[in-house]
Design a protein around this ligand. Structure first.
Ligand code: SAH
Length: 342
């Protein structure tokens, strides 16, 4: 187990087993989750003997920056990290006027198979631990020497396919002994694993849940997202209503506009009908083309018309600013590029 994946309680229990006093847990937790050290040796108020005992039992879960690309357009940074086992993951830093936002990966690869997404082309390698999810945020914060105020789990992987680790991650990220990020400043995005959405609703976190919808009929959704063979749009919206009822938090629907595939005004009309009863927010994303697939983004005038239609129907809609287009911004593109040697 990596040391950074231990919750405060688990760390305290583990240290007690080693015969250590409880205040050691506070010190070590602070080194890991507030000071964001990159190796055990940096814990200068912890004896070498205890550091050695810890490293016998736990992996530090250290990872390094393999590559960093910064957008000349908007300052967005894309990081490629190497994990202890040699796997690589991507994270993105976005700078907004309201603060720094980090987009993290939840898995190495992905097994959801969405047609337009680069992360899933080679399937799932493995899920990330809570420590590896936190580590992405800590490493970026250390690299720029600034605080991170928002986190979105919208990088590679399907967070609801790594449920227990995501739940633990949410607890640790929002813990006042760590980064202490408000639950409201955390967004978790899912392709719509209905049973997991309901389970998450029961936990009553105050996070934002984003659903990758991308289509308005089951038939067209199946063309883009294999998960649509398992759950219907109706089952998803029922689960969203349940989420809203349990948490009082409005859902966000993500809708990637693919030219000629899902961007007609008729679809905007149907999308309005889906979103309206849920008071859902819609985030339109012009599809980011990947070279392995021949999807094209919608034309600007179609994007505008789509947005207008939604607005006329009283739907709250934003077009996601296309950040980092010049730096392989789409999920999984940078990792793939480095791995395939392009
Ligand atoms: N598995 C989760 C989170 C990861 S992807 C999910 O499905 O929500 C984050 C968002 O980016 C999803 O809405 C996903 O469908 C979208 N996405 C992936 N590749 C894209 C691309 N090439 N262009 C536009 N959006 C893309």
């Amino acid at each position: 187990m990596d040391l950074r994946s231990l919750s405060y309680e688990e760390l305290k229990d583990s240290l007690a087993e080693m015969g250590e006093k409880p205040f050691r847990a506070n010190q070590i937790y602070e080194w890991l989750h507030k000071k964001h050290i990159q190796s055990m040796d940096e814990m200068t108020n912890i004896s070498v003997a205890l550091r050695n005992k810890l490293s016998e039992k736990y992996d530090f879960g250290r990872f390094e920056i393999v590559r960093m690309q910064e957008s000349k357009i908007d300052g967005t940074r894309k990081y490629l990290f190497a994990l202890g086992d040699g796997n690589m993951i991507e994270s993105v830093l976005m700078r907004y006027h309201h603060g720094n936002s980090v987009c993290i990966s939840s898995q190495v690869g992905c097994r959801m198979g969405c047609a337009f997404c680069a992360s899933t082309l080679d399937g799932l390698v493995r899920s990330l631990t809570p420590g590896e999810m936190l580590g992405q945020i800590y490493a970026i914060s250390s690299d720029i020497g600034e605080r991170i105020s928002n986190v979105v789990v919208m990088g590679s992987g399907e967070p609801m396919d790594n449920f227990d680790n995501i739940v633990k991650f949410i607890g640790m990220l929002t813990d006042e002994r760590g980064l202490n990020i408000s639950q409201r400043n955390l967004t978790v995005s899912t392709c719509g694993l209905v049973d997991r959405i309901r389970q998450l609703a029961d936990m009553q976190f105050q996070i934002t849940l984003a659903i990758s919808l991308h289509a308005t009929t089951d038939e067209s959704r199946r063309q883009l997202m294999p998960i649509a063979n398992r759950y219907s749009i109706k089952e998803i919206t029922d689960a969203c209503a349940y989420y809203f009822e349990k948490t009082g938090r409005r859902i966000t629907f993500e809708y990637s506009l693919v030219g000629g595939v899902n961007d007609s005004e008729e679809e905007a009309e149907r999308l309005s009908k889906i979103a309206k009863p849920l008071h859902a927010h819609i985030n339109l994303i012009p599809v980011n083309p990947i070279k392995e697939r021949d999807f094209v983004p919608s034309k600007d005038r179609n994007i505008k018309a789509f947005q207008n239609k939604l607005e006329k129907n009283g739907i709250n809609v934003t077009i996601r600013r296309e950040m980092g287009r010049d730096i392989d911004g789409a999920c999984g593109q940078l990792r793939r590029k480095v791995m395939t040697g392009d």
